[in-house]
Design a protein around this ligand. Structure first.
Ligand SMILES: *Cc1c(COP(=O)(O)O)cnc(C)c1O
Length: 476
């Protein structure tokens, strides 16, 4: 026992060995006015208690590792864990963004090659990886647009946006100083050349269009829309957040797109939500390449380097060079899948979505389209006469163990349920979701209170969502 006692706890007293530098009192570092007089009453639980506390909290949460997350427009797909492992390699995590270029050639190569992949996927000519989210990419694209028109001495102040647009589109446009003018989609949920023509004027800088749009429908007139814009000297911006539906199949350049942003955290597999890191690279045509934020990342056949000398650059849009860890994950995802794999993923996303649509439209109304791309929008307006709203259906889904779809969006669909299963769900999990939606429809008729009072199985019931937003309390 003597031997065991001798080695217990490493150093002689306690676990931690003695300081080998001079110990100084705290008030030699801080003004004593800011120091506590008494030590705070922090709990000191045992490891097992701490572990159980956090495991319990994690079980209250819903996440894509736990179940299907059909949140339309958000592309909550399952993200391969190998991406995380590789992004955590010390060669990626232990570098400093201001390290000399010669010491971070690997990181620069990765960013450069990711840019090349995204250029190939979109067909456009030049790229910045700096923006840190889709909306940030939109803002960057709009600032580029403004700088471009100023460079040719035109002050165009209007951005046209279809009524199916994602909310960030008008918000980014207003933020960049443009006036937003809405263009109406037709009864099939897409934009007609006719309505674009009617909205065109010499003040229009840009049409900002999501393709496939937020109804999950492909904008089949997009080439003609591009012609109309270009004939008037305006530009076409494609919100590429829904690239999951077309990557590897169709290129934005074939549609006549001038600017596109990507959502790496949606399409290219980074876990997201809850304000986690994102990345919204922006690709442009040659004509606009000199306006990109600096630095861009270039290769001169020998070394990778930052180019700070773009003639018309709008400047930096991000501290340093963007969300590097998200880029690493996107790079790995693209390299593991290759062109065929990306195309297959897009096809699978569209097939999964159409399978769900075909089964669910038997019960819920489909206001636009017959089939869909990677997502679709149903309406629960038929349930209104039973006193059941979309919100009730979404809440009841939680009791069945599913995350709710996106609801009340897009705005042109009353009582909207926007569903995006993604390609990573199996037929079994899709069937489970269909069954839950069927059960809820039946309950709405037979036991409406069950639906109206849902959820009953979650840790918190119905929240006052307005109060929760207005009086944010992040302390519990
Ligand atoms: C998610 C999304 C955006 C915004 O992307 P963020 O990264 O959340 O800023 C823009 N447009 C569409 C169509 C989207 O789905």
């Amino acid at each position: 026992m003597e031997l065991l006692n001798k080695y217990k706890g490493g150093a002689k007293k306690g676990y931690i060995s003695k300081l080998d530098i001079e110990e100084k009192p705290l008030d030699s570092f801080f003004d004593s006015a800011y120091l506590r007089e008494k030590y705070p009453p922090l709990p000191s639980p045992a490891e097992v208690e701490l572990m159980r506390h956090f495991i319990k909290l994690s079980l209250m949460n819903y996440h894509v590792d736990k179940g299907m997350y059909p949140l339309g427009s958000c592309t909550m797909k399952y993200n391969p864990k190998i991406n995380e492992d590789i992004a955590r390699l010390p060669g990626f995590t232990n570098i400093h963004p201001e390290a000399p270029e010669s010491t971070i050639q690997g990181a620069l190569q990765l960013m450069f090659e990711l840019g090349e992949f995204l250029k190939e996927i979109s067909g456009l000519d030049a790229i910045t990886l700096q923006p840190k989210a889709g909306a940030h990419g939109e803002l960057t694209g709009l600032l580029i647009t403004r700088a471009y028109f100023r460079s040719i001495s035109e002050e165009r102040g209007i951005v046209l946006i279809p009524d199916t647009a994602h909310g960030t589109n008008p918000a980014s446009s207003a933020r960049a100083g443009f006036k937003v003018k809405e263009v109406k989609s037709n009864k099939n949920g897409i934009l007609e050349p006719k309505s674009l023509r009617e909205s065109m004027s010499e003040d229009v800088a840009l049409l900002m269009i999501t393709n496939p749009n937020t109804l999950g429908i492909f904008e089949s007139h997009i080439r003609e829309l591009a012609h109309i814009l270009h004939d008037h000297g305006a530009l076409l911006y494609m919100d590429g957040a829904n690239l999951n539906a077309i990557m590897g199949k169709a290129k934005a350049s074939d549609f006549g797109v001038d600017i596109i942003h990507f959502n790496l955290h949606k399409t290219f597999s980074t876990p997201h939500g809850g304000g986690g890191p994102g990345s919204g690279p922006v690709a442009v045509t040659d004509k606009l390449s000199s306006f990109l934020p600096t630095p861009t990342i270039e290769f001169d056949d020998e070394k990778y380097y930052f180019n700070w000398t773009l003639k018309n650059s709008i400047g930096k849009v991000s501290s340093f060079y963007g969300a590097f860890s998200v880029m690493v994950k996107a790079y790995i995802y693209i390299r593991l899948l290759g062109a065929d794999g990306l195309e297959e993923a897009a096809c699978q996303a569209v097939i999964n979505s159409n399978y769900l649509l075909t089964k669910l439209r038997e019960i819920y109304r489909l206001p636009y389209g017959k089939n869909c791309m990677h997502e679709f929008v149903l309406s629960a307006s038929d349930f209104k006469e039973l006193g059941i709203r979309t919100l009730d259906i979404a809440k009841r889904l939680l009791d069945y163990g599913y995350h709710a779809p996106t609801i009340y969006f897009p705005l042109i669909v009353p009582e909207a349920l926007m569903i995006e299963p993604t390609e990573t769900e199996s037929k079994e999990s899709l069937d489970g979701f269909i069954q839950a939606m069927k059960n809820i429809a039946k309950e709405a008729r037979d036991e409406p209170d069950k639906v109206k009072q849902a959820p009953s199985s979650t840790h918190v019931g119905r929240l006052d969502e307005v109060k929760a937003n207005r009086e944010l309390n992040v302390r519990w």
